[in-house]
Design a protein around this ligand. Structure first.
Ligand code: NAP
Length: 252
């Protein structure tokens, strides 16, 4: 690839998405910063440009079809091509037992997390194919691999996302597009703030995790960089668990 790769990262105004965008920009990618809030995306893009990288900000709610189309069109307009997509944004409006999950909340979770990822993947496919192939990386969760008493519906969406990775790997492989996922364990971001505010839960996680600590956004950003990069050229349809080892203990 002669030109610098162009990579869209959804949900990159903070947390794992931001860490991935900053790492990829530092490694020479031209990055598209995206979340529902244009101003916070602009701030991240500005910080990346300030550090010598290349970035644009395009707000997009992953549950809204027209905004997904505008994200793809805006990327092509800004950079002329798309090489990689990181499907990182996700919704989880419910915390608690599954009888707290009404139809509306369930629909939001499944629509944003699963259908939004499916739709955006199809929108970028011809562009990545036209650029000679590339990678789609989905940020899943160990909540899609294990039973969970408090984020069960979200876990169901992550399990569906894992299957989406396998299906798209089959469908996109002929275009030279690799599709893989990373399933993080607990990572210190706004998303996990409620859990991390509980000191007892944090101590429990640290004690249960073989590597003895809570994950940081950079721990996942590095796996994402591996999955878009040439070192994973022979990987497709895989979900890499990156959790400090907690799943081998049987979970939480
Ligand atoms: P975070 O720090 O809360 O960041 C979430 C990002 O997504 C923000 O940029 C947010 O910006 C954006 N976003 C939220 N809803 C969106 C929507 N509907 N459309 C577009 N953008 C949206 O969360 P995170 O922990 O980095 O989570 C990123 C991914 O990691 C998610 O897929 C999550 O399921 C997964 N994950 C996280 C953990 C963890 O412990 N943190 C563990 C396993 C998996 P706006 O609010 O401005 O839109």
């Amino acid at each position: 690839m002669s030109e610098r790769p162009v990579t869209i990262i959804t949900g990159s105004s903070r947390g794992i998405g931001r860490a991935a965008a900053e790492l990829l920009a530092a490694r020479g990618h031209r990055v598209v910063i995206s979340s529902r809030n244009q101003e916070s995306c602009e701030q991240v893009a500005e910080a990346i440009r300030g550090a010598g990288g290349e970035a644009v900000a395009i707000a997009c709610h992953v549950g809204q079809d027209e905004q997904l189309e505008a994200l793809v069109d805006g990327t092509v307009e800004a950079f002329g091509r798309i090489d990689h997509l990181v499907l990182n944004a996700a919704s989880n409006p419910v915390y608690g037992p599954s009888d707290n999950v009404d139809r509306k909340a369930f629909d939001v979770i499944m629509h944003n997390n699963v259908f939004g990822s499916l739709r955006l993947s199809h929108l970028v496919r011809p562009h990545i194919a036209g650029a000679g192939g590339g990678a789609v990386v989905l940020v899943s969760s160990i909540a899609g691999l294990l039973g969970n008493r408090v984020i069960g519906a979200y876990g169901m969406s992550k399990a569906a996302e894992n299957q989406l990775v396998r299906n798209l790997a089959l469908e996109f492989g002929g275009d030279g597009i690799r599709v893989n996922g990373v399933a993080p364990g607990l990572i210190r971001t706004d998303f996990s703030r409620a859990l991390l505010a509980d000191e007892r839960a944090v101590k429990h996680f640290e004690a249960t995790t073989p590597l003895g600590r809570i994950g940081e956004p950079d721990d996942i950003a590095r796996v994402i960089a591996f999955l878009v990069g040439p070192d994973s050229a022979w990987l497709s349809g895989q979900i890499i668990t990156a959790d400090g080892g907690i799943t081998v203990t049987g979970g939480f």
